[in-house]
Every structure is written in C-alpha cells, then in structure tokens.
Design a protein around this ligand. Structure first.
Ligand code: HMG
Ligand code: MG
Length: 305
C-alpha cells in the first residue's frame, strides 16, 4: 500500500440508528433514537441512516420508524436515509419524507433468501418499482449490496457476483451503491476486488464502503478502499450493530475510529471527534455497555485523566 492519492475529504454516513440498533435485544425507546440522531448531526454528520420500513415481525426494533422520523428536528444540509425493501415499505416511508431510500440486495442467493425472503432476481423485481417511485418523487436512491466478500451461508463470494448485482442495481436506476462486508470477513485485497467489480457499473463517486468489524479488519479495509479512491463510507457510532440475519456478525466499523484514522492522515470529514465521542457515550450508556470504539474508549479514559 503506497498511501498515495488518497481522497482529500471523506463523507461518512452514520448507520448506527438503523444498522446499529436493529440488532439490539432490548427495546430502545424512540426518544433515545431521536436523541442519538440529534447528537450525530450536532457532531457534524451530514448523512444519517435513521430507520427501516421492514416487517415488524422480522425486525421489531425498527417498528417505531414513523415515530423516530417524525421526532427528528432536521438540520439543513443533512441527508436522512431509510431502508425500504418493497413498495409497502416505500409507501410507509413516503409519509415521513426521507431524503434518500435504500433498497438492499445481496451478492449471495442464500443471504437474499434469509434476509428478504426472495431470490436476487426477485429482489430486483421488487426494487424496480420502488426505485421508479422514489426518483419520481425526487427522493435519492441508494442500493446496499450485502455479502460482497463473504456470506454466512455460502462462504466466499466471487467478485463476478458483485459485478452481477451491481449491474442489476444500475439497470433499475439505483444511483449509488454500498459495497458491504456484512459479516466482516473481508481483508484488503478481497475488498478491493469487490469494489473493482462494482466499478464496472458505477464510478468511484457513487460507491461507498460498508464494513462490519467482526474480524477486526474494517479499518484496514477502509484504508484499502480509500486507496482505490472511495470517499463515501458507512460506519456506526460506538461500533453499534449487526444484521439479525447474519448470525455472529458484529457491528459496523465505529465512526469514531474511522474519523480518527482519517483526521490522522489529514483527510477532512467535517466531524467533531469530541462531540461524536459524546454521542457514542450517550448511546453506550443507554445500552449499558462500553463503547465498541477503541478510539472512544481511549479518549474517554484520557478525559478522566
Ligand atoms: P415477506 O414475508 O416475503 O413479505 O417479507 P410479504 O410481502 O409476503 O408480506 C408478509 C407480511 O409482511 C405481511 O404482513 C405484509 O404486510 C408484511 P401479514 O399479512 O403477515 O401481517 N410486510 C411488511 N410490513 C412492514 N413493512 C414492509 C412490509 N413488507 C411486507 N415493508 C420482507 C419480505 C422484506 C418484508 C421481510 O423479509 C423483512 O422485513 N425482512 C427484514 C430485512 C431486514 O430488515 N434486514 C436487516 C436490514 S439489511 C442489513 O442490515 C444489511 C445492510 O446493513 C448492509 C450489510 O451490512 O450487508 C443494509
Ligand atoms: Mg450492515
């Protein structure tokens, strides 16, 4: 790795309120989620993935989607995104005026079945009218691509399958895509191969990295993606998260850790790390466990002297 030609600035999408909290065993009150969003935007986050409009039987933690979206005091210049797996979810989301909706597919057939109960091809059929309706309503559309490196059911995933999914997403009008390592098994070269496969259909400005940190590789993978020119990343404050359909997978890379890495290399994020650590501390205290962010733990211990 040469660490040359890295992007001068990076846009972080905090997915903690959605990807982070969807997996919590204990119910998290809507008021706490709203406060978390407020703290994230106060810390300088310009994109926040707030909630999802999925079946409450499948993911009970997101059943308060309307309440959370309605409770947020929006800040201008901040993009609020939500997950919508089908038209039913999109119609529910529309009432809450998100800036961006996210359709979510997988490069692995088995994961597609487990997560959204349909094949990859069927998922694209379901997404197509959602994408059309969103674009017609002036709402931006992102596509999450799960299991681009490995799958909890199928093992290694070949880059060709990522290219296939990216091509399908492009074909239905999805504007930008997330290359997700859902279970955090990726290592830098494999993550780069998934990104390179995506580059067959999307330019670098429309690709984001979404790395779970299960095997402790997410920061290395972030650096590997930066080296290819990726400058959009998803992360979760305090390293919250996991997917209920990816057993054993832990949270996203912690936003605090990514910010520390980037600022340390002179890459701008517009985020105030101290305020972000406070936001992470707020949610960690509520959940009754220490932050999953190494940087947050280090800075908090330094503050205590
Ligand atoms: P299904 O059972 O195939 O759907 O589920 P269906 O159309 O047959 O409907 C069955 C029931 O669900 C009906 O209700 C529908 O009304 C209801 P019933 O008649 O039984 O009472 N339903 C809905 N309710 C609310 N909102 C909706 C909706 N659609 C149907 N939108 C479905 C298909 C996608 C709904 C289901 O599989 C589901 O909700 N899955 C949850 C998926 C999920 O949220 N996964 C976690 C997020 S993805 C992720 O974390 C990965 C990511 O972070 C990237 C990465 O790391 O890889 C993005
Ligand atoms: Mg995820």
């Amino acid at each position: 790795m040469t660490l040359q030609n890295l992007p001068p600035q990076v846009r972080l999408i905090d997915v903690g309120p959605r990807d982070g909290l969807q997996n919590e065993k204990q119910p998290v009150p809507a008021a706490v989620k709203i406060e978390l969003v407020h703290r994230l935007q106060a810390a300088g986050l310009k994109e926040i993935e707030v909630t999802s409009y999925v079946s409450p039987k499948w993911v009970p933690q997101m059943a308060d989607n309307h309440e959370v979206m309605a409770g947020i005091t929006r800040q201008s210049g901040v993009r609020y995104s939500v997950l919508t797996p089908n038209l039913k979810g999109f119609e529910a989301a529309l009432q809450d005026k998100p800036d961006e909706i996210v359709v979510f597919g997988a490069a692995s057939e088995a994961f597609s079945q487990k997560n959204i109960n349909c094949s990859i091809a069927e998922s694209i059929e379901r997404f197509a009218p959602v994408v059309q309706a969103a674009l017609a309503a002036g709402i931006a559309v992102r596509g999450a691509m799960s299991c681009t490196v490995g799958c909890p059911y199928e093992g290694d995933i070949a880059p060709e399958r990522v290219a296939y999914l990216a091509g399908l997403m492009r074909g239905i009008g999805v504007q930008r895509v997330d290359v997700a390592d859902t279970i955090g098994v990726g290592t830098p070269r494999r993550v780069q191969a998934a990104i390179e496969a995506t580059l067959a259909h999307y330019d670098i400005d429309h690709i984001s990295g979404h790395f779970h940190d299960t095997y402790g590789q997410a920061l290395s993978n972030t650096l590997a993606a930066l080296e290819l020119g990726v400058w959009n990343f998803q992360s979760s404050v305090a390293g919250l998260g996991g997917c209920p359909y990816a057993k054993g997978a832990t949270g996203n890379v912690a936003t605090e850790d990514v910010v520390y890495l980037l600022h340390g290399m002179g890459i701008e994020t517009g985020i105030d790390l101290d305020a972000l650590v406070d936001a992470g501390q707020f949610i960690s205290e509520h959940l009754g466990r220490p932050s999953g962010s190494r940087v947050a733990r280090a800075l908090l211990s330094k503050r205590r002297g």
